[in-house]
Design a protein around this ligand. Structure first.
Ligand SMILES: Nc1nc2c(ncn2[C@@H]2O[C@H](COP(=O)(O)OP(=O)(O)OP(=O)(O)O)[C@@H](O)[C@H]2O)c(=O)[nH]1
Ligand SMILES: [Mg+2]
Length: 412
């Protein structure tokens, strides 16, 4: 039997409890063991095993061999990789409609293609758990009807994208984790992402029993998605609200995105008991979304160099791949100048929270959606979607969290 190495500590991707692997619960298999103290009558009982078979599998109180594991606290099932691989949680944060779900779909789709980072394998840790990402990808990137206009729906604030569990007489709700196994050279890692509704990040929307953004307590980097088309100065330069809206821009300025960033930082401080003047425990990556709309406003025009080199296959590869560090660094400089001119308070906030923050522009769709009919709103045919640097913000965040796995993207 091959020896398995266990991680020293597990962080549950569902409820973020931390505990050693020896305390992991098993899911009973015997049909008489129906009913669980945390998950209710419909679930199989979870238990702390004391008997094992010759192959090290747990035996439940009724004598059945069990191999599925669960969290000590919330009792939700843990994919086997969680006890063996170190886990990196990245928090994707941003105002409503800034482009988080499109980024998640475009990033996971392109990472699977193998064209994004040399030698990186990217697999679902558990396809049943990842159904959410698979659905998002299917609608825009793997459609069986690529000529039928479609669009990713707004992320719901509750419902099937979330999990409910019972702890100490209270019902908790948390977003479903999306878990991926990353392998590069000798290194293997679990990557854990969540797709929140933007409303969850707005000031005043954090409730004790709906810990929907509690991943901020355990994450290793913050990907803050910024939509420049939610800023009045950018909207004016692009020709006004209606023009911006018709191209997929938000065209609304209800949310000040710098305040959403401050709120996220405050939650991180509160959850980790950090003092007001202590630095944040991770890097902030400003993911500047929808570059296909505002890229023409930068000097030099970012859209000119942005994944355009090459033709045919080569062009697709340059568009999907994370560019080399010097290209990322010059994009950072150009975008910094753009933000200084148009959204200076956002830049100042990011700098104050993390002086080494990095800016990564991207476009999940690569071109503007259009209004195919009045009822459908903005849509795009999957065949026309051309993401540019879709996974770059996530890979740069990973490089900050796991520099040994992605050394070529670490700042020198
Ligand atoms: N032109 C353009 N429009 C985009 C792009 N990405 C997203 N959009 C538009 O922005 C809208 C919102 O994108 P989502 O990814 O759903 O935004 P979100 O941040 O997940 O929003 P919530 O779920 O409400 O928090 C989409 O319906 C598109 O119309 C892009 O890369 N280019
Ligand atoms: Mg969404």
């Amino acid at each position: 039997m091959a020896l398995r190495t266990l991680v020293p500590s597990i962080t549950c991707p569902h409820c973020w409890a931390e505990f050693p692997p020896a305390q992991v619960r098993y899911v009973s298999e015997h049909e008489t063991l129906r009913g669980d103290s945390v998950l209710g009558e419909g679930a199989q009982m979870r238990f702390l095993p004391s008997r094992f078979d010759a192959r090290g599998r747990a035996i439940d109180p009724a004598g059945s061999v069990c191999s599925r594991m669960a969290c000590k606290r919330c009792h939700l099932e843990l994919p086997p990789a969680t006890v063996e691989l170190p886990q990196t949680i990245l928090s994707i944060v941003g105002a409503p409609a800034c482009g988080k779900s499109v980024m998640l779909a475009a990033a996971s789709f392109s990472l699977r293609s193998g064209l994004v980072v040399e030698g990186l394998d990217f697999l679902d840790a558990d396809p049943t758990l990842n159904d959410l990402t698979l659905e998002l990808e299917a609608s825009l990137f793997r459609s069986s009807t690529p000529d039928q206009p479609t669009m990713i729906a707004k992320t719901d604030l509750s419902g099937r994208l979330y999990r409910e569990f019972q702890i100490e007489d209270a019902t908790w709700m948390a977003p479903k984790p999306q878990l991926f196994v990353l392998a590069r050279g000798q290194r293997r890692q679990l990557l854990c992402l969540y797709d929140n509704a933007g409303e969850h990040f707005l000031p005043g929307h954090d409730s004790a029993h709906e810990p929907v953004t509690r991943h901020l307590a355990s994450s290793r980097a913050l990907v803050f998605v910024v939509d420049p088309t939610q800023d009045q100065r950018v909207i004016e330069r692009l020709g006004g609200r209606e023009t911006v809206r018709a191209r997929g821009g938000a065209g609304s300025t209800e949310q000040r995105q710098d305040l959403v960033l401050i709120e996220a930082a405050n939650r991180v401080r509160r959850l980790r008991a950090l003092g007001a003047s202590e630095p944040l425990p991770f890097r902030i990556i400003i993911a500047l979304a929808k570059a296909d709309i505002w890229g023409g406003l930068t000097t030099p025009e970012i859209s000119a160099g942005f994944g355009k080199a090459g033709v045919g296959e080569a062009r697709i590869k340059t568009a999907l791949a994370v560019p080399e560090l010097d290209v990322l660094e010059s994009a950072h400089v150009v975008c910094s100048a753009f933000l200084t001119e148009h959204m200076p308070e956002l830049l100042a906030t990011a700098r104050a929270l993390d002086p080494k923050f990095r800016i990564v522009p991207f476009s999940g769709l690569g071109r503007a959606p259009s209004r195919s009919s009045l009822e459908l709103g903005l849509t795009i045919c999957p065949r026309d979607v051309r993401p540019v640097w879709p996974a770059a913000p996530i890979v740069v965040a990973l490089a900050e969290a796991e520099p040994l796995m992605f050394p070529e993207y670490v700042r020198r």
